[in-house]
Design a protein around this ligand. Structure first.
Ligand code: ADP
Length: 607
């Protein structure tokens, strides 16, 4: 219980950070709605009493007019407040998406590959599709609880004075009857609360089971069947059966789970309504007895009878709201875990030295690394010193650790053992953002978005056109873009604009290189940058590489050894370490992996 309250408090704090006004409107709307529901009943009671007391007709009309005016004003204010609240609730899901996106963007890269963190995110996506999202699960019970609470407060204001009068009356048995009735009503409320809790616990269990069962379906629907990427493979390899099994495989078990959840809810509703009906009957009987004994006026009977119905509804709302709050707390834990996940990387505050000549000394000292959650070392006791401002090629077999080396240099991960230094200082001590600014990287799995080409190249909405054209010129895309009527404003793909262009794989790769050049980091890193390029384009990239990267330090990972010949320094990776280093001319005459790889490739070029 205490834990649940803590979770709910934190969820409210997260939600309120950007939505304080929704909460204010919710409180005010319910305050007025609570009062509004009882006003007609109270008015009727007052009028009946005045009639029975023989009030003059004019006085009756005046009383009626005052009450109607009050009811009108309260109703209008209540409606305006509720409309304001509802309008704010409309974008509640967007709010959650924005908050989750913000948290995701602030996460260290390695958390994006962390299975536990990603599972929590996936669970939230399920909560969205099944319950409308965690904020929705939080605010609607809040709304119900407030409505029930304010309603109850109002009814108590009406009923308690009467009740005190009855309980204190000298008529035999009525005091005891009143206390007995209260005790009985409280016992009913408690029972309903317990039922609600039990149903919610069961719902959470069913939902967890459902999450496990629908994992495969969600994967296929969200990752495989959405978008066009998988379309070709699915058709060529006739993978319909595989997909159908993935999507429909657990259909029966999922359906059973849903039916169980529906049944629980139905039983709960039936129990709650039976108890409410019984409570109402008891209170009516009690009121009738009081009136019969002459303890309350006819007007009070009217007031009581009307209030009782409302009161039973309010208690129901309160119970439903409290149960739903408990439900929200259960799901909210995962959400908070995701939103509050601690970034693993230590981030220093040292600014990176700004060098006009872009020359930096990089040093790997006894660096070993294994991926989080893995027991296998991918890099082992790597020692390297790179006095750069030069071209450095990285070659080696698949899986030898080349990309991992780059990821460590860019601090997407921290080393497991050893130290990486930039200009003699541990890279962990540098301000993280400042450090990342040094790198312009084209990863193998780069992504060009369906936005304007200029925005892709500038990696943002502010496009420095001169710089963008310069980058396009360097990668050989200038003419291609000059032919396009919208130039840099041309959309990549047709998702957002019919006149967008489906650029080829090679053109997209060139754009990714142009983005790296535009960023103008001190290090230009390219991981297989020419894999999608035709031989002529590839040749252009090599030939223009010096011009392309200017005076920057460049790392160049490639399987095509011929493309590395223009680099003065070649690092040969094998099994997580650098086994050879030197220029092409030096390495090709040495016994070793480089010559092996070179000869393996060269044989395809000899006729
Ligand atoms: P290369 O770039 O030389 O082909 P990588 O550096 O990409 O090799 O990978 C080196 C090894 O690290 C491979 O065995 C690969 O399976 C493993 N690896 C790569 N990324 C991850 C990851 N995110 N989690 C666990 N292991 C990984």
């Amino acid at each position: 219980m205490k834990e649940d309250i803590k979770v709910l408090r934190q969820l409210f704090a997260l939600y309120a950070k950007n939505n304080r006004s929704t909460i204010v409107f919710c409180v005010l709307a319910n305050l007025f709605t609570g009062v509004k529901s009882y006003l007609p009943v109270m008015m009727l009671g007052v009028l009946v009493d005045e009639l029975l007391d023989g009030a003059a007709f004019a006085d009756l009309i005046r009383t009626l007019a005052i009450w109607l005016a009050v009811i009108f004003v309260v109703n209008t204010v209540a409606n305006i407040l509720r409309q304001q609240f509802d309008a704010r609730m409309e974008n509640i899901l967007e709010r959650q998406n924005l908050d989750m996106n913000e948290a995701g963007m602030a996460m260290d890269y390695e958390l994006l590959e962390n299975a536990q963190v990603q599972e929590k995110k996936r669970r939230q996506e399920q909560v969205v599709s099944r319950w409308g999202g965690i904020y929705w699960m939080l605010i609607w019970p809040f709304d119900d609880i407030l409505q029930g609470l304010f309603g109850l407060i109002t009814v108590l204001c009406v009923v308690v004075p009467l009740f005190v009068r009855i309980a204190g009356s000298s008529m035999a048995g009525f005091g005891l009857l009143s206390v007995g009735l209260i005790a009985f009503l409280l016992a009913c409320v408690w029972k309903m609360y317990r039922w609600g809790i039990r149903t919610n616990e069961q719902t959470k269990k069913d939902d967890d089971a459902l999450a496990g069962l629908s994992r495969s379906r969600d994967y296929f629907l969200q990752s495989v069947l959405s978008g066009t990427e998988s379309g070709k493979d699915l058709r060529i390899f006739a993978q319909e059966d595989l997909v159908e099994e993935g999507v429909c495989g657990n259909e029966e078990a999922i359906g059973k789970c849903w039916r169980a959840m529906e049944k629980d809810r139905l039983v709960m509703r039936a129990k709650r309504e039976s108890v409410s009906a019984f409570d109402t009957g008891c209170i009516y009987l009690y009121t009738a007895l009081c009136a019969w004994a002459g303890l309350i006026s006819i007007g009070s009977v009217v007031r009581c009878a009307g209030s009782v119905l409302q009161c039973v509804q309010d208690i129901n709302l309160l119970m439903i709201g409290i149960g739903a709050f408990k439900n929200a707390a259960g799901f909210g834990r995962d959400y908070l875990d995701y939103m509050n996940v601690k970034n693993p990387l230590y981030k220093g505050s040292l600014p990176v030295e700004k060098r006009r000549d872009d020359r930096f000394l990089v040093e790997f000292a006894h660096v070993s690394f294994k991926y989080p959650g893995s027991e296998t070392y991918v890099l082992r006791d790597l020692n390297l010193s790179l006095d750069i401002g030069e071209r450095c090629a990285i070659v080696g077999r698949n899986g030898s650790g080349k990309t991992t080396f780059i990821k460590l240099l860019c601090r997407l991960y921290d080393v497991t053992e050893g130290i990486i230094k930039l200009n003699g200082i541990d890279i962990r001590k540098y301000d993280y953002e400042d450090y990342l600014r040094l790198f312009s990287v084209v990863f193998q799995d780069y992504r060009i978005f369906s936005l304007k080409a200029g925005e892709n190249i500038a990696a943002g909405e502010d496009v420095d056109e001169e710089r963008a054209w310069d980058a396009l010129t360097r990668v050989g895309l200038k003419e291609r873009f000059e032919e396009l009527p919208q130039g840099l404003d041309t959309f990549v793909g047709k998702e957002f604009d019919e006149s967008g262009v489906n650029f080829s794989g090679g053109e997209r790769q060139k754009m990714a290189i142009a983005r790296a050049i535009y960023k103008a980091g001190a290090f230009v890193i390219m991981d297989e940058p020419t894999a999608a390029l035709d031989p002529v384009s590839e040749c252009q990239v090599y030939a223009g590489f010096d011009k392309m990267v200017g005076r920057k330090t460049a790392f160049y990972i490639s399987h095509r050894l011929a493309s590395c010949r223009f680099c003065q320094d070649i690092l040969v990776f094998d099994n997580g370490n650098v086994v050879q280093r030197g220029s092409h001319e030096e390495l090709v005459v040495q016994e070793g992996l480089y010559r092996e790889l070179w000869e393996a490739q060269a044989q395809y070029y000899t006729v």
